[in-house]
Each structure stands twice: as structure tokens, then as C-alpha cells.
Design a binder for this molecule. Sequence first.
Ligand SMILES: [Zn+2]
Length: 217
Amino acid sequence: MQIYKGIEILGGMDPDCNIYLIDGELLVDAGTGLYFGDIKKEIEKLCDVSKIKTLVNTHCHYDHIGGDKKFKDWLKLSIAVHIADKKAVETGVGTLSELFGQTARVMTVDKTLRTDAIINTTNFSFVVISTPGHTPGSICLYDAEKKILISGDTLFETSIGRTDMYGGSQEQLVNSLKGLSALSIQYLLPGHGSPKKEGIDFLIKQMLNTLLTNKKV
Ligand SMILES: [Zn+2]
């Protein structure tokens, strides 16, 4: 389903994350791979698959990276992950694959991402923002001109990502959300659930308030 001109939302069937296809050139997250066949068919209907060059993972959890290898085998694309989650993706340790009853597939990360890396497609220019908290290498992708934030499991339509699992940190999530609160965001494209249009600055303030009044940080 097109959610913004040039951006399709795919997948999202439990327990998969949302998969975003941007300009028919860039994929954001891969899901578990359990629904790979259906997602592949959807993508084939939408674009010339030979133009898809990169798959960016927003973080290392299995519901986002489990399908990486299948996409790589199919499209020969590059897998890009933030440096702090690279080892987890490559070894499987910290991907929480056991929670999904799966064994992580051994993967090689082709591109290591750091804060301020730029990921361009024909019509979009995303900057990588490091937002640790849910995992150490969680990232958001931000298009400043279009005011679009692809937020992975850092921020959802009405909530935030868990910080009580391997590598999680509530203190880091607070700092990450403070960083996001400085951005002008009109469209939030989260790793699970529905996208959100408008009211995102208020949502971030709300989430920060909740975290800070919990006094766990
Ligand atoms: Zn996650």
C-alpha cells in the first residue's frame, strides 16, 4: 500500500515488522522471512526489482533482519546496518531469534552505517540518525525536506520501543527521543503498526514525559 508518493508499506503480518519500499530502489527492514514469498510477489508487482540496491535494517532484531538473507539471495543487494548492531546481525547473538522460535541466519553486513550517513534514492534523501535505546545500533532515517521519519522500533504511533531486552537502555532512549524532538516531523513511519501523520512532536513529548516520570532513568 502506498503511504506517501514513492513509499510503499509491505509486510507487517505478525510477528513481522513493517517493510518499506522506497522509490523501488531501497528497502527498509526485511521482516522475519516467514512471509518472504508473499512479500516478494508484492514487490515484483510494484517495481523493476533490478533497481533495488540496498536493504537498510533499522536494528538487529530478528523480526527486522530474519529475511535479510532471502532478500540478498534474491536481489543481490547490499545489507546496511548501524555499526553498533553489526555484530548482532552477523553472529545472531542479540537478535532475539529465540523469541521467534527461529535460529538467526548467518549474514554478512555489506555497509556499516554511522550517524549522518546519507542514503539517497531518486526522490528522497535520508540521513541516518543514531537512536540507541531499543538496541545499541537502532537508527531512524529522516528526510528533512519531506519531514518523514522512518523510526524502526524507537517510536511507534502511540508508544515507544522496549528497553528491557539485550542491549536496551532506557537512559539512551530518553536521549534519542530528545534528539528526535528537535526535528520537524510530519510523517512517522514506524517499524510496527500504522504510520502516523502530524502530532508527532506532541507524541515525542508525551513519551519523554512518561519515561522521565517513571524515574527509572
Ligand atoms: Zn526490535
